[in-house]
Design a protein around this ligand. Sequence first.
Ligand SMILES: Cc1ncc(COP(=O)(O)O)c(C=O)c1O
Length: 412
Amino acid sequence: MGILAITGGNKIKSKPFPDYPIISEEDDKAVLKALHSRRWARSGNDSFLNPNSYKGFIEELEQRISELHSCKYALAVTSGTTALELAVQAIEDIRPGDEVIVTPYSFIASASCILKAGAIPVFADINKDTWNIDSYSIEKCITSKTKAILLVHFAGQSSDMDAIRNLAQRHNLKIIEDAAHALGAYWGNEPVGSNSDITCFSLQSSKNTTCGEGGVLITNNIDYYKRAFSLHMAGRAINGKWYQHEILGSNYRITELQAALACSQLNKFQEREKKRKENAEYLISCLKEIEGIEPTITLEKAGDRVYHLFTFSYKKEQWRNLSKMRFLMALNAEGIECQAGYEYPLYKNPLFKLYEDYDYSVFEKRCPVAENVCREAVWLPQSLLLGDRQDMDEIAGGIKKIRDNLDELKKK
Ligand SMILES: Cc1ncc(COP(=O)(O)O)c(C=O)c1O
């Protein structure tokens, strides 16, 4: 059975998980190439639309992401957060005071981008199996003020795009996809983002493909692209004069060095996703045997997903009420990095108390699934899935070890 590491025994982890991010010679070469090019940032009129403009790593990154996700236009920016802010502001139909329906089980950027545009985030509940926004709940949130749905492909599994598109068509709503976790993911046979208004990715350091900080926005709509481009360039018009500002923008430009790193990391993308997926599927099969551990379900119709996180529900009542925090501490002590995830749904953040015109306290009752998922969720970061079979066996073994020692753990 073995004594738990948290009570003085040896860790189950026999060797460390792979370091993340993974650095190769190719990364060195790409970054040095950008450095010595002396073009460290996008200048005034360089754009995807201008065939004569300079083509460096920023443009390469944009072209590769647009091709990967079958979209006409891509804009690389400073972060996933800024991509989302640009997305909401690029859709002029979304005006101050309008409502945008969003999932409460996400990072703050999914909702703060709506507030930044002066619009109102309205929270729909999530699906208990996938933890993605629930279409039945979205429908209940629609009012005459609703202009858009902003969904998140949580942990790398696509939201139910058939149901969401159906709603959007019936109620004339725009769709913004927060695909911060889902670069390379599919809905059925189509890459995520290929059929929505705007979709945003993150290249921040915890993500499956990273350059430290960065984001990319994709769209098939030339007007959204132009407006987002202008907004990220201090409000300059595309191909306009350097000191001619037409709308209120800011500086959201990514640097060439970041784009160079993102491009070289992208070269490893397919191979790493394959590994994460194989390991995740194997780990699910191992965890099935353990009572009170329920891996999040991947819907068959969701198509090819990616794994930004490996997630499961910890059913405390089946663990003799051992708290989730104590479970996580014991598992971390075994050398298995794990997290509690979002402590509470987005609407419970103190930020929303500042918006006194809208009563965000109503959502606790309206989003019971999100409330429960925050209580039960356990997340393992994607980097663990880059390990080998033995690493996966040790994750499952660590959880089993805690279960076998429940009495001892409950006593201390
Ligand atoms: C769902 C989601 N959306 C948006 C973001 C924001 O991305 P970034 O950190 O690149 O600003 C994150 C970051 O973790 C995220 O998890």
